[in-house]
Write a protein that binds this ligand. Structure first.
Ligand code: NAD
Ligand code: DAU
Length: 365
């Protein structure tokens, strides 16, 4: 507790989901909480996402690497942390295929450091833990591998892990570490495995913001393989709400899958983005002429491309009462409207390093 406020240590809070989660938590709890956002600010971390909070006395930003044991344990000794919500990770599958090592370092070693520091701060001499301390590890449905394209099978909490990409293998490794801490030390934690998020502040290397950004500029819309791979899309605020509900109402030591019940083939997403842009752009906006299905380009497939992801969020609904609230029609409009109103943000994150990344990733497809 800090000044009688519940104290959160959020890792990776300057990234896409982390910054949406921090906004959600302040909307929900206001002055009753203090959030310490620990982020090293890789290309994916952006303090612009949280600019409105900078002057609040119950928000603290600390630039630190989660693999840096000393820096993280210092934070635990300076603050009486009640909750850890661990988002920080390398998160992009394509980058993991070209550069796997940093994924292992951040996602596996970084999680081990977070677990160790929290355990050191929270464990009592008799092996029990200080009251009401909880760690939530944010993970992905990609650890379960790929589903057949049958519309009938789903990822459940009992589905065996079968990760295919270096990204999902590193997330599976981090999940296993959390499970090991729970089994070995009775460490008070939960794991959430979630499907594809979309919404404001998502870096435009991921499918939906990449399509929006390219279409507005009249650039090709790259579709991997046959475009019929399926993802289960979840609006990011619904995810933030699910994380908070699991941490406060879930059973400790349990895993909960969080999914949108919203399966779409990639090519459907491409058409929806084009149609929504045309619906939202004013008649006299010069960018309208750029937006067209003529931009669609089928390109080489992603290596080891998982065919279908789909979560059955039955456990979280039955035990906690969480359900996705935002329909895709509503969520995609909110998202595209946000990008149209935040073109400066988009320009900021796509200058410099992004251009190099884009050229090397898509140059020879
Ligand atoms: P993101 O890439 O947008 O953000 C990651 C954040 O972590 C960035 O702010 C980055 O600066 C920070 N970070 C990276 N390495 C760090 C380090 N060594 N030390 C401290 N900070 C570091 O990612 P996201 O899409 O917001 O994903 C957040 C979490 O949710 C990840 O753990 C990811 O695996 C998981 N997840 C994402 C999705 C999705 O659809 N995006 C779905 C399910 C689960
Ligand atoms: O399922 C949860 C996961 O969702 C998270 O754990 C990851 O952090 C997150 O990045 C996301 O992974 P995906 O690989 O599913 O997301 P991405 O946006 O990269 O791709 C979505 C689908 O679109 C996938 O089938 C690949 C395809 N795609 C992607 C890009 C960037 C394209 O066809 N063209 C593209 O240019």
């Amino acid at each position: 507790m800090l000044n009688n406020r519940r104290c959160y240590l959020v890792t990776g809070g300057a990234g896409f989901i982390g910054s949406n989660y921090i906004h959600y938590m302040f909307r929900k709890y206001g002055n009753q909480i203090h959030i310490i956002n620990v982020d090293v600010l890789t290309y994916a971390g952006n303090l612009e996402n949280l600019k409105d909070l900078e002057k609040w006395d119950n928000y603290t930003f600390i630039r630190a690497d989660i693999t840096d044991k000393e820096a993280i344990s210092r934070i635990f000794s300076e603050y009486d942390i009640d909750r850890v919500v661990h988002f920080a990770a390398e998160s992009h599958v394509d980058r993991s295929i070209t550069n796997p090592e940093v994924f292992v370092r951040t996602n596996v070693l970084g999680t081990a450091v977070m677990l160790n520091c929290a355990r050191d701060a929270w464990e009592l001499p008799d092996g029990s833990y200080r009251e009401n301390k909880k760690f939530l590890h944010v993970s992905t449905d990609e650890v379960y591998g790929s589903l057949p394209d049958d519309g009938e099978s789903f990822f459940r909490e009992t589905t065996p892990y079968q990760p295919h990409s270096p990204y999902s293998a590193s997330k599976a490794g981090s999940d296993m570490l959390v499970k090991a801490y729970m089994d070995t030390y009775h460490f008070p934690a939960n794991i959430t495995n979630t499907s594809n998020n979309y919404g404001p502040y998502q870096f435009p290397e991921k499918l939906i913001p990449l399509l929006i950004n390219n279409a507005l500029q009249g650039k090709d819309l790259p579709v991997y393989g046959d475009g019929r791979n399926i993802r289960d899309w979840l609006y990011v605020d619904d995810h933030a709400k699910g994380i908070d509900m699991v941490q406060e109402q879930g059973r400790l030591f349990e895993t909960y899958n969080i999914g949108g019940h919203n399966e779409k083939r990639n090519i459907e997403i491409v058409h929806i983005v084009i149609e929504t842009l045309l619906e939202l752009l004013p008649e006299d906006d010069p960018r309208r002429k750029n937006v067209s299905t003529d931009l669609i380009r089928y390109v080489g497939d992603r290596k080891g491309h998982d065919r279908r992801y789909a979560i059955a969020p039955d456990k979280i609904k039955a035990e906690i009462g969480w359900e996705p609230e935002t329909t895709f029609a509503e969520g995609i409009k909110k998202t595209i409207r946000w990008y149209l109103e935040h073109q400066d943000w988009l320009k900021g994150v796509t200058s410099g390093g992004y251009q190099k990344y884009y050229d090397s990733m898509y140059g020879n497809r």
